[in-house]
Design a protein around this ligand. Structure first.
Ligand code: SAM
Length: 373
């Protein structure tokens, strides 16, 4: 039995090395990686899998201590889980965790994920590497059965969100967007990359749930079979242009060469049906799941590229009203809702000039009310 401490997440006990990350991006600091902050990410996997299917084969391609594998095996009835990691030290923790939770539906595997997926395929493939998933997406697709689900985490936030644009170009062949829309842009670049890799296999995708949280991006997509599905997914890719002198955003198809940023996935981030069926009971960070579920369900998924309150206040040089007040006011003219990307961001179907008009009017009213006190 390897040495460590036992952490409890929901109804599962997990043995992890005593030295482990409490938060931040995926960096190995103990003998085997474990990050407490990723409990939310694991909660979401359990919540989603519970709603999707009664029986399902699951591969946790890079399982480390097996924390996600044993949670799924223990908390999602009907799952048969393979917890794989190429590190023999990791497999010692996986075996200990399977034993500690008395799981008969979870087996450990000590393979390079590339070879695992040339030999076996699964209904659900989870990919959670250190940093970029780019090198591993093709093999994950190979390991995913017809109409299976790919769940992919990217912790290389700096390249995807434009802080290291060169690395983003090399890993993803995309031009990232910096500034207020960087996290939405990063998530959409990750999704674009998955769609492009799937297309090579004549497969397309339907996103079930996709988000940015803490230091990482995460997307769950259902794989669709056939060249038509691949073409439809490629049809959801495109570029965007941002004009900081007006705040105007515009998007274009892959064949439009004028727009420079991207390509991005411009389709929906979530499936409305899946969001409606999710319920967050029994999770270790229940309040966080409830809050995020509420944001995901309400955000306007038909619109791409959010606005941020700081963007509007620095552009107009006018004090920002409360975001809730602005969203309420925008709703009198069209659709508007906050997004999960940041507490100061929202999406709307109004034109930029109208967003600015409503903002200015509200800010003026707010200042007038303050001065009259
Ligand atoms: C970020 S950790 C995974 C964390 C884990 N999913 C969790 O929730 O705690 C990445 C893991 O991938 C493993 N790994 C790296 N390359 C691999 C490969 N080619 N095949 C299988 N495992 C690999 C590493 O040994 C490491 O344990």
């Amino acid at each position: 039995m390897p040495e460590g401490v036992v952490v409890r997440e929901a109804s599962t006990d997990i043995l992890v090395p005593e030295t482990h990350s409490l938060h931040g991006p995926g960096k190995k600091i103990g003998p085997v990686f474990f990050n407490r902050q990723m409990a939310f990410n694991r909660d979401v996997s359990v919540m989603l899998l519970r709603t999707l299917s009664k029986s399902m084969t699951v591969a946790d391609a890079m399982a480390a201590t097996g924390s996600r594998s044993v949670r799924i095996a223990n908390e999602v009835p009907g799952t048969e889980v393979v917890a794989n990691d190429m590190s023999p030290e990791a497999v010692e923790y996986i075996d200990a965790n399977i034993k500690m939770n008395s799981l008969s539906n979870c087996e450990s595997s000590n393979c390079d994920m590339h070879s695992l997926f040339t030999e076996r395929s699964f209904d659900y493939v989870d990919l959670d590497p250190f940093g970029s998933p780019a090198h591993f997406i093709q093999s994950s697709i190979r390991g995913c059965r017809k109409k299976g689900i790919l769940a992919i985490t990217a912790t290389d936030t700096a390249p995807l969100a434009g802080a290291h644009a060169g690395k983003c170009r090399r890993r993803y062949q995309c031009e990232p967007i910096r500034g207020y829309m960087c996290h939405e842009g990063g998530l959409r670049i990750l999704m674009c990359t998955i769609a492009r890799e799937l297309a090579k296999f004549d497969r397309g995708m339907t996103p079930l749930l996709s988000f940015y949280a803490d230091h990482y991006f995460r997307t769950y997509v259902r794989v669709e079979e056939g060249a038509d599905a691949a073409d439809r997914s490629l049809g959801s890719l495109g570029y965007m242009h941002y004009d900081p002198s007006t705040l105007e955003r515009s998007i274009s198809t892959l064949s439009d060469s004028e727009h420079r940023l991207g390509p991005f996935w411009l389709g929906p981030l979530h499936s409305k049906d899946v969001l409606a069926s999710l319920s967050s009971e029994d999770t270790s960070e229940e309040r966080r799941c409830v809050k995020m579920l509420d944001l995901w369900r309400n955000e306007i998924d038909s619109e791409v590229f959010l606005y941020d309150m700081s963007e509007l206040s620095s552009f107009t040089k006018m004090s920002p009203p409360k975001i809730d007040d602005l969203v309420d006011e925008l709703r009198m003219h069209g659709k508007a809702a906050k997004t999960h990307m940041s507490p100061t961001s929202f999406k709307t179907d109004l034109e930029t000039k109208d967003v600015l008009g409503v903002y200015r009017e509200l800010s003026d009213r707010m200042m007038a009310a303050k001065n009259s006190v």
